[in-house]
Design a protein around this ligand. Structure first.
Ligand SMILES: Nc1ncnc2c1ncn2[C@@H]1O[C@H](COP(=O)(O)OP(=O)(O)OP(=O)(O)O)[C@@H](O)[C@H]1O
Ligand SMILES: O=C(O)c1ccc[n+]([C@@H]2O[C@H](COP(=O)([O-])O)[C@@H](O)[C@H]2O)c1
Length: 210
């Protein structure tokens, strides 16, 4: 498989291409959705599966909303896109969430007949060497690091990663973070248009981030 190349099967059909967008999604915002959409278009992905984390061990020092709330928000935000879906693999697996397990579980669910593309922001990609079982990760998926305002990412930043397993991609810059959305709710500031409308309403209904 080349970076973006289509892989053809012996019967003339092409292998399915599946994006995997992992995140804490507390809450999901338009930065996540644009990243998934852009990578989907560039790599010709058949589907992007959003995978909310169960227990994000690198965020253990902060309070994270209930997994069911984050799962439901992710479902609401992605519902209108026929190529987006949501997986419970990370929230249903006990213990710390490792992408190694995510990719094994997704592979087990979708079968060997798909190529996996793990989508991450520049900030997350720059930390990937600290991830559990990082060397095996590159055998399981191609990693696509999207640009993110505030975290410049260039070729020299990924020089230590296997070149044929990582692609950097510029996406329209949306200076939105979940942290900022939570802070805005806390301060009674609007989050309209930073997150999908249904997420504004879900946060209000459940009284999140107050
Ligand atoms: N505005 C954005 N543009 C591009 N990528 C993003 C953006 N926001 C988040 N991402 C990427 O989406 C993935 C999931 O992000 P996550 O759920 O941690 O959101 P976050 O906004 O970074 O959250 P927090 O502010 O709580 O740390 C990560 O790989 C992250 O880098
Ligand atoms: O596998 C790991 O050790 C690991 C460490 C940190 C983050 N990740 C994954 O990176 C994705 C984005 O994480 P986060 O914490 O920025 O929401 C999410 O799918 C996490 O499970 C994975």
């Amino acid at each position: 498989m080349t970076n973006t190349g289509i892989v053809w099967k012996n019967d003339g059909s092409r292998r399915r291409r599946l994006g995997v967008m992992g995140g804490t999604f507390d809450p999901i915002h338009h930065g996540h959705l644009v990243a998934a959409s852009e990578v989907g278009a560039r790599f010709g992905l058949d589907e992007v599966v959003f995978v909310p984390t169960g227990h994000p061990w690198q965020k253990a020092d902060r309070e994270v909303s209930l997994a069911e709330d984050r799962y439901l928000m992710t479902t609401i935000a992605t519902a209108s896109n026929p190529r987006f879906s949501v997986s419970r693999v990370d929230i249903d697996r006990p213990g710390s969430t490792y992408t190694l397990d995510t990719l094994h579980d997704i592979r087990a669910h979708y079968g060997d007949d798909v190529d996996l593309f793990f989508i991450t922001g520049a900030d997350a990609l720059s930390q990937i060497l600290t991830w559990h079982g990082v060397l095996e990760l590159f055998e399981l998926a191609h990693f696509v690091g999207v640009s993110r305002p505030g975290t410049p990412l260039g070729d020299h930043d990924i020089a230590h990663l296997p070149a044929d397993k990582v692609t950097l991609m510029e996406v329209p810059a949306l200076a939105i973070s979940s942290t900022d959305c939570r802070n805005r709710v806390q301060e009674r500031l609007p989050i309209w248009y930073l997150v999908p409308d249904g997420i504004v309403q879900y946060i209000a209904k459940r009284g999140l981030y107050r």
